[in-house]
Ligand binder design. Structure first.
Ligand SMILES: O=c1ccn([C@@H]2O[C@H](COP(=O)(O)OP(=O)(O)O[C@H]3O[C@H](CO)[C@@H](O)[C@H](O)[C@H]3O)[C@@H](O)[C@H]2O)c(=O)[nH]1
Ligand SMILES: [Mn+2]
Length: 568
């Protein structure tokens, strides 16, 4: 039944009480071959290390001693990476979901509510129109619309982003019914129009509305400010008035603006709209803001006061949905009583658009985002990849067996919001929990919510949840669920690598290091698997050594490789 099985051979399926299956899991082939190969390979690594140790012991000159030491250290690092990679080869699994069966088992009214978090941080680096496309693509999900709430976190604190979302909320009243009526797959308008689907007059009309919105948003971005002529109502003016002269991106009060309210707003066909809420948490220079983890924790609290959905989807601003069925796939696990109690999250792979064929910066990260994750999945489950992940809200509040209670009852994962999202008291609470000093001397970032202390908050949060006893599942359907962007310039690619390396080492050398704390909490295999990422940066040691040492040795007539004749 449903739950994972390590390395077994049978296909496992859920068929709750005679109902049709929701998902299956199958071990990948080649596991046995891999293990035999690994044993032979391990012996050769041992032989090589033995050879280095012997040479080191008998070395007579300082040069040969240093050269051998450098090679020994490099090969030890490489051996560590090889050994930790084997953890991914132990029990890789492959899963399938049957979302069509979900509708047979559950009424639409029984589907849990879904809060979607979209993070953006800079309107010039992350153009608002592309963030808007991400939001529209999830607002149009094939999921009960009134149960979806989209929260946009704007760490750039930019009126330009708010303006873009005001325009998007108007466009959405046309776009959502259009998608559903025509059952289209690309629910991000940009992706849809790129494929030239404009053969009906209805599609042509929608395209005209979209283009006029896009022009408005881009013009405002070019001018750098929202001008009077762009503001169409008193309510909008009131919102923009918050951008007083003293308002800067590092120093400003919280701005929370409900742009669509599911209980009131209807699309042009008369159906309910999802909630759409713009949030820019308070910032000031005296309080640490903890980057994306801080933004996500603010959203956790604001959404807790406003809708408190039991399921949360986190998305980067560039992660457009590419398949409207995605929440149903996630629900195949999240609604299964067999898997749910221990399940913290269902992770979809990160897949990118616009990578050219030669992919010179290795931007696809296939091993990191698709291959190794299948290996994790056969153990206790994949690491959290930062975007495209459906969480149970409960997983942010302590281990499966003991709830870490938040400071106020409104933030408890089982709190039921019984007031409209625009009511005075709800908005007042939401503003209160979005302030900078709300978190001081609290458990946020240490025991509750997304974890602080690392620039790679995704890795750190997933790892800590698993150490608490939570499991996770990797869901990799044939049609990519989300498509994102990658750095396409050398500078951006290097910056990303630097940020990741620092963030991972921060965890690697903390008291929660996967190599020590991790191995104890989640076992040797999972601990090693996490340790591989944590110490990723030390690849630089063997790479630098092998890039320079052989050439230098050759030029100086130092022999560093054994003569075949007397290898042992
Ligand atoms: O202070 C900040 C910094 C970033 N972000 C947002 O975080 C997301 C990811 O940032 P990005 O600069 O795109 O980082 P990447 O290296 O591309 O992201 C990968 O690595 C990050 C750190 O490990 C993860 O958070 C991401 O989900 C993962 O896709 C973006 O939507 C940003 O808008 C914020 O909200 N606040
Ligand atoms: Mn990114």
């Amino acid at each position: 039944m449903g739950a994972r099985q390590q390395g077994g051979s049978a296909i496992q399926a859920t068929s709750t009480g005679g109902h049709p299956s929701l998902h299956t899991v199958k071990p990948l082939g080649r596991t046995l071959f891999n293990r035999v190969f690994a044993t032979i390979y391990a012996l050769s690594i041992l032989a090589l290390l033995f050879y280095h140790a012997k040479t080191l012991f008998y070395s007579t000159t300082l040069v040969s001693f240093s050269v051998t030491l450098a090679l020994l250290i490099s090969d030890l690092v490489l051996a560590f990476f090889w050994v930790s990679t084997q953890t991914f080869r132990m029990f890789p699994v492959y899963r399938k979901q049957f979302p069509e069966n979900l509708k047979k088992i559950m009424e639409r009214s029984d589907f849990p509510a879904l809060d979607v978090f979209i993070c953006t941080a800079d309107p010039y680096k992350e153009p608002p129109i592309s963030v808007v496309n991400t939001a529209l693509s999830v607002m149009a999900y094939d999921y009960p619309t009134e149960k979806i709430s989209v929260y946009v976190s704007d760490d750039g604190g930019s009126a330009l982003t708010l303006f873009a979302f005001m325009e998007a909320s108007k466009f959405a009243t046309h776009w959502l019914p259009f998608c559903k009526k025509n059952n289209i797959l690309e629910r991000s308008p940009e992706a849809y129009f790129e494929l030239n689907h404009t053969c009906t007059s209805e599609a042509v009309n929608i395209k005209i509305i979209y283009e006029s919105m896009k022009v408005k948003v881009e013009r405002v971005l070019e001018r750098g400010k929202v001008e009077d002529e762009n503001i169409t109502s008193g309510q909008e003016r009131e919102a923009f008035n918050k951008w007083a002269d003293s308002f800067t991106r590092q120093d400003h009060p919280a701005v929370i603006q409900v742009l669509l309210d599911a209980s009131k707003d209807k699309d042009i066909a008369g159906y309910s709209m999802p909630n759409l809420i713009y949030v820019s948490r308070e910032k000031n220079k005296a309080s640490p803001h903890h980057f994306k983890a801080g933004a996500l924790n603010a959203l956790l609290r604001v959404s807790g006061c406003m809708t408190n959905a039991p399921i949360i989807l986190t998305l980067d601003c560039d992660s457009c949905s590419n398949d409207p069925e995605t929440p149903l796939r996630a629900m195949c696990y999240l609604s299964d009583p067999e898997t749910r109690p221990q399940l913290a999250y269902v992770q979809f792979p990160q897949i990118f658009r616009g990578i050219n064929k030669s992919d010179i910066y290795n931007a696809e990260f296939k091993r990191l985002y698709q291959i190794n994750v299948m290996g994790f999945d056969g153990l206790s489950g994949p690491n959290y990849l930062g975007t495209g992940c459906f969480f149970q809200r409960r997983a942010f509040y302590g281990s499966p067996s003991s709830l870490a209670s938040p400071e106020i009852p409104e933030l408890a994962p089982d709190y039921i919001v019984d007031k409209p999202i625009q009511s005075q008291s709800v908005l007042a609470k939401a503003h209160q929990v979005a302030t900078c000093n709300y978190e001081s001397r609290s458990n946020w970032g240490s025991k509750i919510g997304f974890r602080y202390g690392s620039l790679s908050e995704d890795y750190h949060t997933g790892f800590r949840m698993q150490c608490e006893g939570w499991k996770s599942i990797f869901c990799d359907p044939d049609r990519p669920a989300f498509l994102g962007d990658v750095p396409i310039t050398l500078n951006d690619a290097l910056n990303q690598q630097k940020r990741w390396s620092i963030g991972l080492l921060e965890v690697g050398f903390s008291k929660y290091s996967p190599a020590t704390f991790g191995v104890k909490a989640i076992g040797l295999l999972m601990g090693l698997a996490y340790a591989q990422s944590a110490f990723w940066a030390i690849w630089s040691i063997p790479i630098t050594t092998y890039a320079f040492l052989p050439q230098l040795a050759l030029l100086n007539k130092v022999y560093i490789f054994p003569k075949v004749r007397y290898f042992f």
